[in-house]
Design a binder for this molecule. Structure first.
Ligand code: RRO
Length: 300
């Protein structure tokens, strides 16, 4: 059991936003498969179809996506969130997005009747005009959005950060100033792939975000830097597929670890990683995960 921004998690693995998070049933299934908490697909103010296909492809080093924030709006998602809340024994976190503070507020308030256990503010999608990283690269805007949501909801607020910036710490500090209870690092890394037979970019949106093991070292460095600079917990995400990756992320400074792309290898991944972490802690004489959070900072 861990306590993360006031939430009780039976283990430090969390389903990342965007994966198996579009229905209440799939969220409950991930909870039943062993996730310590689950995060929904990012939800906005209006229904959105997303970018044209192909919107997700597999590369040799991970997945490239430009889904384009497809979602049924807070109105269309409310019942799914209620279903997830009623059926899940673990915290359910609502990932939300908007173009400005007012829109974030509208979505947070619209989903609040379903009583999500926390909100995760998506200011980091790498390929959404007017949303995500378009606003999440500006510390003033991140602070303003964070403050607006924190002031209006009575559950913890996490802010999910983009690695597509010169200095992720400046954005993390802005979230902390705005009152965030935790930061989540990282969203996908801006990337593209080209079909050499035709010369066309493969994704319908031309470019998108890379996830999977290729981005793990990027995530580890971002988590490491954020942990050193912030007083609020850092939740690590990016390319974690085994317990060793999770332990590494925790040693960099993560208090918990989100899992996304690796779910494609089997939904048992949460249990496998949680068991592996426990075994590692046991074998090395630690009584809990706190013993290794940020351990890499103590090495001279
Ligand atoms: O929907 C997406 O295209 C998407 C989102 Br909201 C995000 O935050 N990160 C990503 O890689 N894709």
């Amino acid at each position: 059991m861990i306590t993360l921004t006031g939430l009780k998690l039976k283990n430090p693995t969390i389903l990342a936003a965007g994966i198996m998070g579009t229905t209440g049933a799939s969220l409950v299934r991930m909870a039943n498969e062993g996730a310590g908490a689950v995060v929904t697909k990012s939800i906005g103010a209006e229904p959105k179809e997303g970018h044209p296909n192909p919107s997700m492809i597999q590369l040799e080093c991970g997945f490239l996506n430009a889904m384009g924030l497809p979602n049924p709006s807070y109105d269309g998602f409310l019942q799914e969130l209620e279903f997830a809340k009623n059926g899940s024994s673990v915290p359910v976190i609502a990932s939300i997005f908007g173009g400005d503070a007012d829109e974030f507020l509208r979505v947070a308030e619209g989903l609040s009747p379903a009583k999500p256990d926390a909100f995760e503010l998506n200011v980091s999608c790498p390929h959404a005009e007017g949303y995500g990283a378009m606003i999440g690269t500006d510390p003033y805007v991140v602070e303003e959005i964070t403050r607006a949501v924190c002031d209006s909801v009575d559950v913890p607020v996490w802010v999910k950060l983009t690695p597509n910036v010169t200095d992720i710490v400046a954005i993390g500090e802005a979230a902390e100033r705005g009152g965030a209870d935790g930061v989540v690092a990282i969203n996908t890394v801006r990337a593209m792939a080209i079909d050499i037979a035709t010369g066309y970019p493969i994704l319908g949106n031309r470019f998108g975000g890379l996830s999977g093991s290729a981005i793990r070292p990027i995530a580890v460095k971002c988590v490491y830097d954020l942990y050193a600079a912030l007083d609020i917990p850092v939740i690590g995400v990016g390319g974690v597929s085994g317990w060793q990756d999770a332990v590494e992320m925790i040693m960099a400074g993560a208090s918990a670890v989100q899992i996304g792309s690796a779910v494609s290898g089997g939904v048992g991944v949460f249990g496998t990683i949680a068991d592996g972490i426990d075994k590692y802690l046991d074998e090395n004489g630690y009584t809990g995960v706190e013993g290794i959070i940020g351990l890499a900072h103590e090495v001279i």
